[in-house]
Design a protein around this ligand. Structure first.
Ligand code: GLY
Length: 385
């Protein structure tokens, strides 16, 4: 038996009321966010002076805005969300056309919005975009056992932890084409990630550099975290959610065990529900990352309904603790700014990227609230509508 999240929420009237209040606030804020997005001709990434700020069209986060619109549409059916999702999906075609500059992040960019649209509307263009994304990701596979993360000379052997969240587009491609190669690549990468990234205590590396010809482990730079050997919280969040998804797609118990090990570690590191950017950063200054918190919270909810019901409570309770703490301390529901969460951090050592707004942190909050209110549709396995 596994946990039915909606039933559990229904048994806790205070939590149900909180989730419903959040859903109402999200609708009001997102209507404003769409209005601001319609004043500009780019996909929202961050914010500046009360307006959305962009990144280049091929930037890895650009699928999260249309994916947020898809989640809002699922939650309340309003056509403004559909219109905005379609508008942003079309804008992203410029990135597809420039495919040689895409990274491994194509699951983030297409599965969670074009894949969802295809599942619901059977739109052929959305299917083509998502399958093309999967093909480019498969094309990054190194038979030594990993998917190459980034482009650029000297990075042939670089793999990164967030790739675990892009694997679902490969599982999806096997499901829609019947060709097992996509899933086999995903599992080969996940197996390598279990061995080379996840440490015995459940913490993980952000980056691992392999010899691109032999697969030999060369080094583990600090990446967006504090230093080599530290524990970048967003990386831990990607891992706990990503291994849960790989388990859901494959049924391989090692992936679920790994997700649980990372989740147990994550929970132990933020008893106040406010994850630091790196769990091993110096005590001062206090650098938070709300994106890590919301990704982890949505991942923990997913994990709570994946493990046996008797094991679910610690994951469910931690998710609620994080969502409530971050909302209480770091959410801006006003119309001073189009995004919600204010203490996101792009990378520990990027000083101008500390405590900024990053739109995808809002996506994971929307997703988590949807789960509390009974939304089964998940961006990461759209075929299971
Ligand atoms: N590089 C992906 C992230 O910042 O989480």
């Amino acid at each position: 038996m596994s946990l039915d999240i909606m039933e559990k929420v229904a048994q806790e009237p205070g939590l149900k009321a909180w989730a419903e209040t959040m859903a109402g606030k999200l609708d009001a804020k997102m209507r404003f966010a769409v209005k601001k997005a319609n004043e500009v001709s780019y996909i929202p990434y961050s914010t500046e002076n009360g307006q959305w700020k962009e990144n280049r069209i091929g930037w890895w986060t650009n699928g999260f805005w249309p994916a947020t619109m898809r989640q809002m549409l699922l939650q309340n059916g309003k056509s403004l969300y559909r219109d905005e999702a379609v508008r942003a999906e079309s804008m992203l075609d410029d990135a597809l056309r420039d495919f040689k500059n895409l990274s491994h992040d194509v699951g983030f960019m297409w599965l969670i919005q074009s894949g969802v649209r295809y599942a619901l509307e059977k739109n052929q263009d959305s299917f083509d975009r998502t399958l093309f994304a999967a093909q480019t990701l498969a094309g990054r596979y190194n038979p030594c056992g990993f998917i190459r993360a980034w482009n650029g000379e000297g990075r042939e052997g670089w793999a990164i932890i967030e790739c675990m969240m892009n694997l679902p587009v490969l599982y999806w491609a096997t499901e829609v084409t019947g060709d097992p190669r996509f899933s086999l690549i995903a599992m080969h990468h996940a197996d390598t990630t279990m061995k080379a990234f996840v440490r015995p205590d459940g913490s993980c590396n952000h980056i691992v550099i392999f010899d691109a010809c032999t697969g030999e482990f060369l080094s583990n730079p600090g990446g967006q975290g504090y230093e080599s050997g530290s524990s970048w919280s967003r990386g831990q969040a990607w891992a706990l959610y990503g291994f849960t998804l790989s388990y859901l797609h494959t049924g391989k118990n090692e992936y679920l065990d790994t997700a649980r090990r990372v989740a147990d570690y994550f929970i132990s590191q933020c008893p106040d529900g406010l994850p630091r950017c790196d769990f091993r950063q110096p005590e001062e200054p206090v650098v938070l990352d709300n994106a890590a918190g919301n990704i982890a919270a949505s991942g923990l909810l997913e994990l709570s309904r994946t493990v046996p019901e008797s094991d679910a409570d610690p994951y469910f309770d931690a998710a609620i603790r994080i969502l409530k703490a971050q909302e209480a301390g770091c959410a801006d529901w006003s119309e001073d700014t189009p995004a919600i969460f204010t203490r996101c951090t792009s990378a520990y050592h990027e000083l101008q990227g500390r405590h900024i707004q990053m739109q995808y942190a809002d996506f994971f909050f929307v997703e988590a609230i949807g789960k509390l209110l009974g939304e089964r549709m998940l961006a990461w396995y759209p075929n299971r509508v």
